[in-house]
Design a protein around this ligand. Structure first.
Ligand SMILES: [Zn+2]
Length: 317
């Protein structure tokens, strides 16, 4: 089956949507849920390409051409029948109203008007309540795709009005394949190292790569040298630190280097696993996880950076 040839993995989800489309049984609202960085938004855009492509080979065609004007416009997220909403901190009621006005209009050239809401769980309660009306009575010729890596934060009333399609982590091989496309300049060993680090979430590699150096400096005891980080940068850094803590624990228990994810920090892990106690590793891991989970409450990032530095010093003592 060739639907969305450009998307690596997620075959079950492709199959499900293709079958629904063939039977003319697409739902009016979907929720694409699953961990951050596994390609949910990319998948949504490729699906819309498939629906809108003018050179697909009719209803039996199984893939968009990728070349026609429509495919190219969608690739650039520039199509009059597509609206993508992304949070600016949160998704406000004004954004939702804009989306509602967009969906009410007839499609200009595509068979449907499609609204994609990324990080849908960041809708304010007021926005979610307003949006509920659209989900209950979707305008004809409209398709709504909500995307969320934390679907449990969406009001259940919103969740229950969408057909949920859950996405899983990619395999190590699939992750490497994605990284090969995105970072053709990486050597094979760098690619393997990075793909181990992101554990099936290639989207994180794109965000993490710039922070690897900062994290390594932090682990050498230099503190966070690159100045004030924003919430997203802190989140990426915690993600890298957690994989290192995981490595410390694994190496302490097994002594096997081949099980490590973080190939750049082998020496640190070898040394650390002799001096750091298991309790300390687990404590720091839990504390960093707590910080990451609460970043969306918009804490003072300078303070958060200090707390992270204190936590890491516990490991370096
Ligand atoms: Zn096309």
């Amino acid at each position: 089956m060739g639907l969305f040839n450009d998307v690596i993995g997620h075959d079950r989800q492709k199959d499900l949507l293709l079958k629904a489309h063939r039977r003319r049984r697409l739902a009016s609202s979907y929720l694409f849920s699953g961990e951050e960085g596994i390609g949910k938004k990319r998948f949504a855009i490729e699906f819309i390409k498939f629906l809108y492509c003018i050179d697909r080979g009719g209803d039996n065609g199984t893939d968009s051409c990728g070349l026609c004007r429509v495919c190219r416009n969608l690739q650039n997220l520039n199509h009059p029948d597509l609206l993508l909403i992304e949070p600016e901190g949160t998704i406000s009621i004004e954004k939702v109203r804009e989306a509602q006005d967009f969906l009410k209009m007839r499609p200009l050239e595509a068979p449907l008007k499609t609204l994609v809401v990324d990080d849908a769980e960041t809708m304010t309660l007021q926005a979610a309540n307003a949006f509920l009306k659209t989900l209950e009575e979707p305008p004809p010729h409209s398709l709504i795709i909500l995307i969320s890596s934390r679907p449990f934060m969406l009001p259940s009333t919103v969740r229950s009005r969408c057909l949920n399609i859950s996405f899983q982590l990619l395999s190590q091989e699939q992750t490497e394949e994605v990284l090969k496309r995105v970072f053709p300049e990486l050597t094979e060993s760098e690619r393997i190292s990075l793909s181990r680090l992101v554990m099936g979430r290639p989207g994180l590699a794109m965000k993490m790569k710039p922070h690897l150096e900062v994290t390594e400096g932090l682990l050498k005891g230099d503190g966070i040298s690159s100045g004030r980080l924003n919430r997203e940068e802190i989140s990426e850094m915690i993600e890298i630190l957690r994989t290192i803590l995981r490595d410390l624990l694994v190496y302490r228990c097994t002594g096997e280097e081949r099980l490590l994810l973080n190939l750049n920090n082998k020496r640190l892990v070898r040394r650390g696993s002799n001096t750091i106690t298991t309790t300390d590793i687990i404590d720091v891991y839990n504390n960093l996880s707590f910080i990451k989970e609460n970043l969306h409450y918009n804490p003072n990032t300078a303070l958060v950076q200090n707390v992270i530095e204190v936590e890491i010093r516990r490991l370096l003592k």
